[in-house]
Write a protein that binds this ligand. Structure first.
Ligand code: MRU
Length: 374
């Protein structure tokens, strides 16, 4: 999607040097647009862990490129035991963030691809091709999520006789959380491009404010009207008929339809359920955990307390700084995700269409996964 009118993806191979992967360092958005090079596995692990890149699909794409960088590093350093090296890199990258299952999916895909060839040079070539494919496929998947979600927005617009459709979203499931388009935002961008009047209520999404910093910025860059609200406002808006639908993303959805997403998603789903507001989850099939039936067995990442006790913003002197919010003596807990049970989800918007959040619904769209349960 666009930044200052110029098209970007969220990750790409450097045009000047194909041994370097480039990302947008999301820690500095929206105040500074910084392109950051990844040259090593260590750079890649740091980028995922410290959230220079974030969002389940982009985490997966970055890890896929990490496996390519690992091969280049082995060539530079004449590493002899290549299999051992790839196994260690796999573990290092997998440990960076526990909830988003796209990370594991992308690493498994690279592992399988790398195992099909023998020499290091072949492994480097195949891992580069795989990383590029992961990215290109993600773009197509998100486009299709948009195409399948668009009729939902069109139907509400028609029912409201062309009045603005108000959509609430949480966190950032936008294009910077994927390679392009986003998941939750893809139907919104498509509706906007089609001339349907849409307005987005953007949950700020404490503690890291992905909504306030990233979603609002993205939507502004495309001229989509949006309003940032603090995380506690959604219920009030829904009680007053000011939200027509919710669309959120997910980091991992069980094959039974339980949805792990950014902390606070569950409370929005409860409020939506209580007020009869449709609550949709947009996701690529790469985010489905085909082995887990119960959402409460999904590992929930806990991050450092300083993300809660401190907040980052733009100072009047133009510098981006962190300031302390809480008393120095206060402890803080930082649960990064929660689980919304399938019963609170109106539907899942996938690249193959929309389904009920249930095993039957999901496997109806992905019948080839029917035997995947362990
Ligand atoms: O901690 P983050 O910023 O990586 O969390 C991101 C989310 O919760 C997104 O909603 C999810 O990854 C879906 S991104 C298309």
């Amino acid at each position: 999607m666009n930044v200052n009118g110029q098209h970007y993806r969220a990750i790409w191979l450097s045009k000047e040097n194909p041994q370097i992967v480039e990302i947008i360092d999301q820690r500095y958005l929206p105040h500074r647009f910084v392109i950051h090079p990844l040259k090593t596995v260590e750079d890649t692990a740091f980028a995922i862990k410290e959230m220079q890149v974030r969002g389940a699909p982009l985490i997966g794409a970055t890890a896929a490129y990490g496996m390519y960088l690992a091969g280049l590093n082995a060539r530079r350093n004449n590493i002899e035991d290549i299999d051992q090296m790839y196994a260690e890199v796999f573990d290092t990258l997998l440990a960076t963030r526990p909830t988003a299952i796209n990370l594991q999916w992308a690493l498994e895909r690279q592992k399988a691809a790398i195992a099909t060839v023998d020499t290091l040079e072949e492994k480097i070539a195949v891992s580069l091709a795989t990383a590029k494919n992961v990215c290109d496929e993600d773009v197509e998947i998100c486009k299709n999520i948009g195409l399948h979600g668009l009729p939902l927005i069109e139907a509400i617009s028609k029912k409201k006789k062309g009045e603005t459709v108000n959509i609430l979203t949480h966190c950032n499931a936008g294009w910077v959380a994927t390679v392009d388009w986003g998941t939750a935002t893809a139907p919104i961008y498509m509706a906007h491009e089609k001339g349907i009047k849409v307005h987005v209520w953007v949950d700020e999404t404490r503690p890291r404010n992905q909504g306030a910093r990233l979603t609002s910025w993205e939507l502004n860059e495309h001229g989509v009207p949006n309003t940032v609200i603090v995380d506690n406002v959604g219920g009030h808006l829904m009680q007053h008929g000011m939200v027509d639908m919710c669309i959120v993303g997910t980091d991992r959805t069980t094959y039974t339809g339980d949805v792990a997403n950014k902390i606070g998603t569950y409370l929005k789903a409860l409020a939506a359920h209580d007020n009869g507001v449709p609550f949709y989850v947009a996701l690529p099939s790469t985010t489905i955990d085909w082995k887990t039936a119960d959402g409460f067995s999904i590992p929930i990442e806990q991050r450092r307390a300083s993300e809660v006790t401190h907040i980052q913003g733009l100072l009047q002197n133009g510098k981006v700084e962190q300031v302390q919010l809480t008393p120095t003596a206060s402890q803080a807990a930082n649960y990064a995700f929660d689980v919304t049970p399938a019963r609170l989800v109106t539907g899942l918007i996938t690249e193959r269409g929309i389904c009920v959040a249930s095993e039957a619904g999901i496997k109806g769209l992905f019948p080839e996964k029917g035997q995947s349960r362990t």
